[in-house]
Design a protein around this ligand. Structure first.
Ligand code: GLN
Length: 277
């Protein structure tokens, strides 16, 4: 089968299976299978796939047809210009979260600050901050030992210096304080979980379900953060598209005067506060 035929057949199959970007998905999987860029694929679209490539492509196609997210099938997702390994043990890093990451990096800059990422998942935030701010001391925690395996692998592959700890929010940190605490906690309302896109439902529930009103992790984080913030320390949270006001008031009560940052769609996606004792 030629690359062109493989692309046509796979696009049709994925379309029938309900994939929203069937042709694009097929293209990415063909790139992964052949090791070619998209441009090279078009230039050599008359070439035949080898038997091994054909088998590998078919295996990927079947996983995607069955509703697995493209990123799990490919095994990677780019975030802040770095390629992270991802699989069913971790949430797939979202472009939205780059807003939080950019804000964190701008605040740390070249200073030797202590940074904590709570609920690191794939390690996308912690690793990207560590790579951009080499003087920062970055710690990342997660309640999922499985996620920590993925995060550690990402840090190692990308050459980032991050200390990883198995911890339910702050439990493993006893009395340690940080200059910056970032978190993209689970924030979907429990009742919404069943209505999510089928691909999102393949991601760890632990990384998505934010309790009855979606805010339970922000409540816990706000209650527990002050003990772990240095004076003048900053908290930055990613929030859902309609949660900025609610999370701002939680932060105002527990930490300090809140501020927000917009994502690329103009949605208040990051809420933060500076800790004043
Ligand atoms: N942004 C994710 C989504 O909409 C949710 C991530 C989270 O709960 N932290 O699927």
């Amino acid at each position: 089968m030629t690359i062109r035929e493989a692309l046509q057949q796979a696009s049709a199959r994925l379309g029938r299976a309900g994939a929203l970007d069937a042709r694009l998905d097929a293209l990415w999987m063909l790139c992964e299978t052949t090791g070619k860029t998209r441009t090279d694929l078009f230039l050599s679209s008359g070439d035949a796939l080898s038997k091994a490539q054909d088998a590998r492509f078919e295996a990927m196609l079947q996983r995607r047809e069955a509703g697995e997210p493209l990123q799990y099938v490919l095994g990677t997702q780019d975030f802040m210009g770095h390629t992270f390994r991802v699989d069913g043990r971790v949430l797939i890093p979202r472009q939205d979260t780059e807003t939080l990451c950019e804000e964190a990096i701008a605040r740390v800059g070249g200073a030797c600050l202590r940074v904590l990422d709570v609920g690191t998942g794939s390690g996308a935030l912690a690793v990207s901050i560590a790579l951009a701010c080499p003087k920062a001391e970055v710690t990342a925690v997660d309640v999922s030992a499985d996620a920590l395996c993925v995060a550690r692998e990402n840090a190692q592959r990308l050459g980032a210096r991050v200390r990883f700890l198995h911890s339910d929010l702050f439990t493993a940190l006893t009395d340690e304080r940080f200059d910056l605490i970032v978190s993209n906690p689970p924030y979907i309302e429990s009742g919404e979980m069943e209505t999510l896109q089928r691909e999102v439902r393949r991601e760890p529930r632990l990384a998505l379900d934010g309790g009855a009103d979606g805010l339970s992790f922000y409540r816990r984080l706000c209650r527990e953060a002050p003990v772990h913030l240095s004076c003048g320390g900053v908290v930055l949270f990613e929030v859902g598209y309609d949660q900025a006001a609610a999370v701002s008031s939680l932060l105002k009560e527990a930490v300090g005067e809140p501020f927000t940052r917009l994502d690329l769609c103009g949605i208040e996606r990051v809420v933060g506060a500076v800790y004043t004792e």
